[in-house]
Design a protein around this ligand. Structure first.
Ligand SMILES: NC(=O)c1ccc[n+]([C@@H]2O[C@H](COP(=O)([O-])OP(=O)(O)OC[C@H]3O[C@@H](n4cnc5c(N)ncnc54)[C@H](OP(=O)(O)O)[C@@H]3O)[C@@H](O)[C@H]2O)c1
Length: 343
């Protein structure tokens, strides 16, 4: 399988390369792409040295799979060109996620949606991804009517520049130096909590990040009727998004039954002994692929509501690992090549 990794120098792209090696992804050749800025740079990938290429009509020919994480604009321009050249693109950006012709897939939740692909498959937003992994077993067992979600999202979810900004700000505060004006976020993120993750579209009270959580959750779960109320915040954590999720089920579900369901579901680890200090933590999730769930408890204000605390590594299951899992599924299910596409 000939594989292109587009955005290979970025936070998600470099994680995808690492995950491919860990999982012994069956690639006969891997080509790394990034912008003109990084062209010629060499990435060490195991024993191999990958020389970063710029995107061009010539360089994009002959791939089976493209793992794309170079932002929505680049994806809008180049993903269809890769697809036209015969590859299946797995895209991490928001560009194609809500397109009716593009499956939005989480490997444990809706893998069958891949059967309808037309050359592009979308990887969901990181906060949506980890939440739906935990919600799917609950949906299947007891139905879901409504979700109230607050996210506490790490800075690596914004990309490499945001990680550097947090580091520089934290260092300046600890050294009692004057801070540079923030360039990635609207305010200082170090030692702070920003009640804004993403941007406010014109005239909207909700950020695009919050709207993604609403729309993508409904599309992946195939349930446009689920009510979703979302608040997305940015916190000074390098890696790992945390989420407080209030789930209103259709049928009664006890915390005990919910714990059992989740403990037996794929991709989830339940950590739930709060009296002993055992619950999911961002620093424990970082570097792992599992979605960690804990603080599973009855909402005392509603007999069919449970509260959950859900944490996962936004760069791994929230982006890179799911993209690689999708590529594996495409290969296993014979869905690569132009002839395997839906009409
Ligand atoms: N970070 C997360 O947790 C997360 C989770 C889910 C989805 N995503 C999505 O994944 C995408 C990448 O995010 P990231 O966090 O990895 O960002 P990032 O660290 O800023 O990396 C961006 C990558 O895109 C490349 N790039 C930028 N413009 C390009 C162009 N015109 N042509 C080719 N390559 C170009 C960059 O190359 P240079 O090094 O040459 O600039 C870099 O490799 C975004 O769409 C983001 O929304 C991110």
């Amino acid at each position: 399988m000939r594989v292109a990794v587009v955005g290979a120098t970025g936070a998600v792209g470099s994680t995808m390369l690492g995950v491919m090696r860990e999982r012994a992804f069956p690639a006969s050749e891997v080509v790394a792409f990034a912008s003109e800025r990084s062209a010629g740079r060499v990435i060490d990938w195991g024993e191999q040295r990958l020389q970063v290429q710029p995107l061009s009509d010539d360089s994009i020919q002959g791939f089976d799979v493209v793992l794309f994480s170079a932002g929505a604009t680049t994806s809008g321009e180049w993903a269809p060109r890769f697809a036209e050249a015969g590859a299946v693109v797995v895209d991490n950006s928001s560009r194609w996620r809500m397109d009716d012709d593009v499956p939005l897939v989480v490997s444990e939740v809706n893998p069958d949606a891949l059967e309808g692909h037309r050359g592009i498959v979308a990887n969901p937003n990181c906060s949506t991804m980890q939440m739906v992994v935990a919600l799917k077993p609950i949906l299947d067992a007891a139905g879901i009517e409504r979700l109230v979600v607050t996210t506490l999202q790490s800075v690596s979810g914004t990309g490499q520049r945001a990680v550097e900004e947090l580091h520089d700000q934290a260092e300046a505060v600890l050294d009692a130096k004057e801070l540079e004006p923030p360039s990635v976020y609207p305010h200082q993120v170090a030692f702070n909590v920003l009640p804004q993750a993403g941007k406010f579209p014109e005239g909207s009270d909700y950020t695009d990040e919050e709207l993604k959580l609403v729309n993508e959750t409904r599309k992946i779960l195939g349930r446009p009727d689920i009510g979703v109320s979302a608040t997305c915040t940015r916190v000074p954590v390098y890696t790992g998004h945390s989420e407080s999720v209030n789930v209103q089920t259709r049928d009664p579900l006890s915390p005990e039954d919910c714990r059992d369901l989740l403990a037996n579901a794929p991709g989830i680890e339940v950590l739930d002994d709060p009296a002993r200090g055992i619950y999911p933590l961002a620093i424990a999730a970082a570097g792992r692929d599992e979605v960690l769930v804990g603080r599973i408890r009855r909402d005392p204000s509603h007999e069919r509501c449970l509260n959950l605390w859900i944490v996962s590594d936004n760069l791994r299951k929230g982006a890179a690992t799911n993209a690689v899992q999708i590529a594996e599924l495409l290969g296993e299910r014979g869905l690569l090549g132009s002839s395997a596409r839906a009409a």
